[in-house]
Design a protein around this ligand. Structure first.
Ligand code: NAP
Ligand code: ZN
Ligand code: ZN
Length: 347
């Protein structure tokens, strides 16, 4: 076994603290890489708090992981020692179901292996994430990272990036479309960057008037403060798509009114409570309510390559691991500009 350093929550009510554990030996198809940076996703906070389901503790969060390969198994041919490498939200899947065969491992019908707070495909070994010094992953679930981009700023692409890229590609959002990005946090700011890069007219819908200047810097064309009744009224019936990245309870009916006829509201945010949607909110204009989860491995690589070609990275604030709870507190207040990334050298 390989000893590694980590930072873990021992229960949903305790703070994260140093916790050393062991990773499996590098198998014939495995890649081991030392973690240099790990992004902080709102899902980390949901999961250590048991917002979604009772978690597996101790929990080492983190699924926006980048670093450098230190060891490869005898049959590995996609990576060599010294390469940059990344892992997102998945470390394995069944590989045989219809979805896995169609590069949709995120929707594996037999249950994929999430990077942390999940189980390996043996369905009994817990997985531990990127708030740690090193990770061992099957090469099929390791991504190639370009050395052209700032490595720390690439980390959030592994979740915030693919989670916004995938639905925008699926619904073919681009030139001629009016796209609203709801919530300007980690996912939201990547949604703006991709929406703009794909040619859409992008509006940010935000509860934080103070983010307007940043939204424009990110490339957004318009900004609507959603706590201002006049601005909300003026936005009625104007968008083809809304990409909803909100992490907490919010009124979908209010946002559905902002869609044009045949518009689509795409949920990527994952609040703990179910939403209440009136049938009339959808009927009035034949609207669709949809959702999307992360992305498959092939699409994640496509997104990383697209980012390298188009010089797209996340806007980050680097933190020491000991400041993780300050980062979580700020995240809960919507005060993220626009992704915290942990410098793993501080572990
Ligand atoms: P984040 O950085 O905290 O951003 C969320 C943003 O939502 C906030 O910055 C805030 O933006 C807005 N917001 C927060 N509370 C709100 C409220 N009550 N009403 C309206 N707006 C509110 O979080 P994130 O890391 O981007 O993650 C966002 C959500 O996506 C989380 O629930 C996360 O678990 C989920 N997620 C889903 C997937 C997936 O596969 N679908 C993947 C990753 C994350 P403003 O200040 O602009 O209002
Ligand atoms: Zn995430
Ligand atoms: Zn599968």
């Amino acid at each position: 076994m390989i000893p590694v350093k980590g930072y873990a929550a021992q229960s949903p009510t305790t703070d994260l603290a140093p916790w050393n554990f062991e990773r499996r030996e590098v198998g014939p198809h495995d890649v081991q890489f030392d973690i240099q940076f790990c992004g902080v996703c709102h899902s980390d906070l949901h999961q250590i708090k048991n917002d979604w389901f009772p978690g597996i503790f101790p929990m080492v969060p983190g699924h926006e992981i980048v670093g450098r390969v230190v060891k490869v198994g005898s049959h590995v041919n996609k990576f060599k020692v010294g390469d940059l490498a990344g892992t997102g939200c998945l470390v394995d899947s069944c590989r045989t179901c219809e979805n896995c065969r169609n590069d949709l491992e995120q929707y594996c019908l037999n249950g994929n292996s999430q990077t942390y707070n999940g189980l390996e495909q043996d369905k009994k070994t817990p997985t531990y994430g990127g708030y740690s010094s090193s990770i061992v992953v099957h090469e099929d679930f390791v991504l190639h990272i370009s050395d052209k981009l700032n490595l720390a700023a690439v980390a959030p692409l592994l979740c915030a990036g693919i989670t916004t890229y995938s639905p925008l590609r699926h619904w073919k959002v681009g030139k001629g479309h009016k796209l609203a990005v709801l919530g300007l946090g980690g996912l939201g700011h990547m949604g703006v960057k991709f929406g703009v890069a794909f040619g859409a007219e992008v509006t940010v819908l935000s509860t934080s008037p103070s983010k307007e200047a940043d939204a424009k810097k990110l490339g957004a064309h318009n900004f609507v403060v959603t706590t201002d009744a006049e601005q909300v009224k003026a936005a009625k019936g104007t968008f083809d798509f809304i990409l909803d990245t909100v992490s907490a309870d919010h009124d979908l009916n209010m946002y559905l009114r902002m869609l044009k006829t045949d518009g689509t509201h795409i949920c990527v945010g994952a609040p703990d409570k179910p939403a209440t949607v009136s049938a009339f909110s959808l009927m009035a204009g034949r609207k669709s309510l949809a959702a999307s989860g992360i992305g498959g491995l092939a699409e994640t690589q496509e997104m990383l390559d697209y980012c390298a070609e188009n010089n797209i990275v996340s806007d980050i604030e680097m933190i020491d691991i000991k400041d993780i709870h300050t980062a979580y507190d700020r995240m809960l207040k919507g005060d993220v500009r626009y992704r915290f990334v942990i410098d793993m050298a501080t572990l």
